[in-house]
Ligand binder design. Structure first.
Ligand code: HEC
Length: 428
């Protein structure tokens, strides 16, 4: 009896350093049922992928993490490898793996069920058949929340069914009387026109139109906004889901859910999502370096909680800079290799206090040249739009303010266009 146990113990101890790195840095996605198409959970499973793994690590494509090292210092849940881990993996992957003793890796547990506990409200997205091929239009779903009174929300969580088919989902809170996709029927999947989506009443404050409660994107992990922080949903609000499915060769029916958690006690801070956006962008055909710029100015003190750059297929690089009153502008988040497939939300390790008058500047660079391998058509002038062949520059940010303050705390800039269509960006 003791003998096989001893062998097991010996094997565990003998796991190569590189295998431990794969276990801790790759298996979250590369396991059976994970979001990546192949599992790396044993020496045998890894061997045929060794070359591709080496290449993807060298290119910096894997693990997927697009912020540079300097900005990652402030960020939580960084997926990037340290330089030492990278070297260990590259060295090991260059050896002849067939001569190495076999091993098995321990896959981290695949989350099933609600990670943050039983939600107070569950909103279910009706079964949606995602076809094997072709483009699925952005789909909208309006769900009734039926909140009898204003409610503090301590967290929200996605339970995504077909993780390989859901490109992203945004859950927006739409207050009563809002102009946002107001023709959409309740409880039915609906493709809203561009006009319906852009509709806005004159003088309608953004906070009265819609607010992003929670986004889902590949690599998403459930998390609360932190102790003493909550979002506010007004009585009579609806939830509007904006859903983007992407066909991947196999048809399947998706039925994802959003769980909502009520705060147990009134929070100290209210979390808001702000979304400075350059809806006037106009990218000339062939331009390899089009720059779009938009700012948000804080009308009150606030703390920065998270950042999410959003562009589409021509998105090339993104920066969010912070300029305190009377100071120089400092790049806070630098994403030199933007990848549309990874709509990452970057959470700060600790919320960053910002003073009234601080400017948050979002700069997006686009590559509309034929050299961009994702470019669907370099001969077109590209305007703002939902579809991945149109473009967006949105700098989603979550900020926290004292709970009793007026939530109308930002002024979004008209966009300032640099002279000429192209503008400098640090080289790739
Ligand atoms: C957050 C999830 C995630 C993590 C962590 C992750 N991967 Fe991946 N990986 C993916 C997904 C999804 C794909 C398939 C789509 C793509 O290629 O982007 C992929 C694809 C790959 C590919 C195939 C690329 C190709 O050229 O076809 C390789 C090789 C790979 N990953 C290696 C790694 C290694 C090595 C690690 C750890 C050091 C890692 N991945 C960590 C999600 C992840």
């Amino acid at each position: 009896m003791l003998f096989p146990l001893a062998i097991l113990a010996f094997q565990a101890a003998a796991l190569p350093e590189a295998a431990k790195i794969i276990e801790s840095r790759c298996l979250a996605c590369h396991q059976q049922g994970g979001i990546a198409p192949m599992a790396f959970n044993s020496s045998e499973a890894i061997r045929p992928w060794a070359k591709a793994m080496r290449q993807s690590i060298l290119k910096g494509a894997m693990p997927p993490w697009h912020a540079d090292a300097a900005s990652s210092v402030h960020l939580a849940r960084v997926r990037a490898l340290t330089p030492a881990q990278k070297q260990t993996l590259l060295d090991w992957l260059s050896t002849d793996l067939s001569t190495q003793p076999p091993f098995e890796l321990q896959s981290p547990s695949q989350p099933t069920g609600w990670q943050l506990g039983k939600p107070d409200i569950v909103l279910r997205i009706p079964d949606f058949p995602v076809p094997a091929n072709g483009t699925v239009q952005y789909t909208f779903l309006v769900s009734k929340l039926n909140l009898p009174a204003d409610q503090w929300i301590s967290a929200a969580e996605w339970k995504i069914d077909q993780r390989q088919l859901v490109h992203h989902i945004n859950a927006f809170v739409r207050p009563k009387g809002s102009s946002y996709v107001k023709q959409a029927p309740v409880g039915q999947m609906y493709v809203a026109s561009r006009e319906e989506r852009a509709a806005r009443l004159t003088e309608e404050r953004e906070i009265d139109r819609r607010e992003l409660l929670l986004g889902y994107e590949p690599g998403y992990l459930p998390q609360t906004w932190g102790e003493g922080r909550a979002k506010r949903i007004k009585a009579g609000s609806d939830m509007v889901f904006e859903i983007h499915y992407t066909a991947n060769g196999k048809s399947a029916v998706d039925s994802s859910e959003l769980g909502i958690y009520f705060a147990k006690a009134p929070p100290r801070e209210r979390v808001l999502t702000i979304s400075p956006a350059d809806s006037k962008l106009e990218i000339p055909p062939g331009d390899a370096n089009y720059k779009s710029f938009v700012t948000a100015t804080l009308l009150d003190d606030a703390k920065l909680v998270s950042l999410q750059p959003h562009m589409h297929l021509r998105g090339k690089a993104y920066q969010i800079a912070i300029q305190a009153p009377g100071s120089e502008s400092n790049t806070f988040l630098n994403v030199p290799n933007y990848d549309f497939n990874w709509q990452t939300t970057y959470f700060l390790k600790e919320p960053l206090p910002l003073t009234k008058g601080t400017i948050l500047a979002c700069t997006a660079w686009f590559d509309n040249s034929p050299n961009n391998r994702f470019n669907p058509d370099p001969t077109k002038t590209i305007l703002w739009g939902d579809q991945s062949w149109e473009e967006m520059n949105v700098g989603f940010m979550e900020i926290a303010i004292p709970a009793n303050r007026d939530p109308d705390v930002v002024k979004l800039s008209g966009t300032t266009r640099p002279a000429g269509p192209s503008a400098a960006i640090p080289p790739r």
